[in-house]
Design a protein around this ligand. Structure first.
Ligand code: PEP
Ligand code: MG
Length: 322
């Protein structure tokens, strides 16, 4: 089995009937690029920038961030590198963030909200990211979007930081793309509006499932209810993917669902063409894609979208994965 996986390492990810698929890697540290390249990732679909912010002492400096982002941009040799702006709050709370007293951290000052509340921190990161964009194909990704205002405000910050860089004759990619995470149900429903203001979206199923089902992703007492194969979750995913496809804007998935080979055919059937996952999952998912046939998948996934409960969904999934 291991050898079979190695044999497909360099082959293109394409279904049996010729649909090309882009397989990206999720990384948490610049060093992880090595594993992404070894497994022939199309690019980095999610670079979680939190590691820089979780140290004991103060916020990371612009220079420190620039060095880390530039390292990733350069090691990926011109392949796309999607770097997510810092997503703190929820489960990751740094010591400098005033001892979180939030009654419900998952619904509190997380992701882009914290960046809106801390504009100096946000601008420092944007400046470091823009500078790194001169060294590879860097794209920006905003976490936890829930209102379009967060995108508009980010654009104001971005434009001002860009103007400052130009004034100082510091190079950056003028065409740098801005994308958003779709992981809050209201943003999923309104994805078309978000895509009017963004270049691409990436579905964060880890959080989207948590918020759609009102199930804490880290609470063992309700972990049995945390289920990607819930009819409402599936319809939400289909809405996001099909809307983006209709609008001709790229949509990827970077939550754990995307790296689960048992769900690969289902996601293909929902119209997903860009998957981002832990590097060690890449070849396993590629194997499933190489064996997939859209003509077989499409009618079964249509049935899945009409299913009333997760038992029925599991039956159909078995059929799909035969
Ligand atoms: C997600 O929510 O699916 C995601 C990819 O982000 P994180 O797991 O970092 O919250
Ligand atoms: Mg998330």
């Amino acid at each position: 089995k291991q050898n079979a996986l190695q044999d497909i390492r360099t082959s293109q990810a394409i279904t049996r009937d010729g649909t090309p698929i882009e397989l990206y890697a999720n990384i948490e540290l610049p060093e992880d690029c090595e594993l992404a390249l070894e497994n022939n990732a199309f690019g980095i679909g999610l670079f979680r920038s939190e590691f820089l912010f979780l140290k004991e002492d103060d916020l990371p400096s612009e220079e420190e961030q620039f060095i880390a982002y530039k390292a990733v941009a350069e090691s990926m040799q011109g392949k796309p590198v999607i770097i997510r702006t810092v997503d703190l709050g929820k489960d990751k709370i740094p010591s400098w963030q005033s001892e979180s007293e939030a009654p419900n951290p998952a619904l509190g000052l997380t992701g882009i909200r914290l960046c809106m509340a801390e504009p100096q921190m946000f601008r420092t990161q944007l400046r470091a990211l823009l500078r790194a964009s001169a060294f590879g194909k860097v794209k920006l990704l905003l976490p936890m979007l829930s209102t379009i205002n967060e995108v508009k405000q980010t654009r104001v910050h971005l434009d001002e930081v860009k103007a400052d860089l130009r004034r100082h004759q510091i190079l950056f990619d003028e065409g740098i793309e801005l994308g958003g995470m779709i992981e809050v149900p209201a943003a999923a429903m309104a994805v078309g509006t978000f895509l009017n203001h963004l270049d691409f979206v990436s579905i964060g199923t880890n959080d989207l499932i948590q918020y759609a089902l009102a199930v804490d992703r880290n609470d063992d007492a309700v972990s049995h209810l945390y289920d990607p194969l819930n009819p409402g979750v599936l319809q939400l995913l289909y809405h996001v993917i099909s809307t983006a496809n209709r609008l001709g804007k790229p949509v990827s998935m970077c939550g754990e669902m995307a790296g689960d080979p048992s769900l690969s055919r289902l996601l293909l059937g929902l119209g997903l063409r860009r998957f981002s996952m832990l590097p060690i999952q890449l070849l396993k998912v590629k194997q499933l894609i190489l064996s997939a046939e859209m003509a077989f998948i499409t009618p079964i996934v249509a049935q899945m979208l009409a299913a009333e409960d997760s038992d029925r969904l599991r039956e159909l999934l078995q059929e799909l994965n035969k």
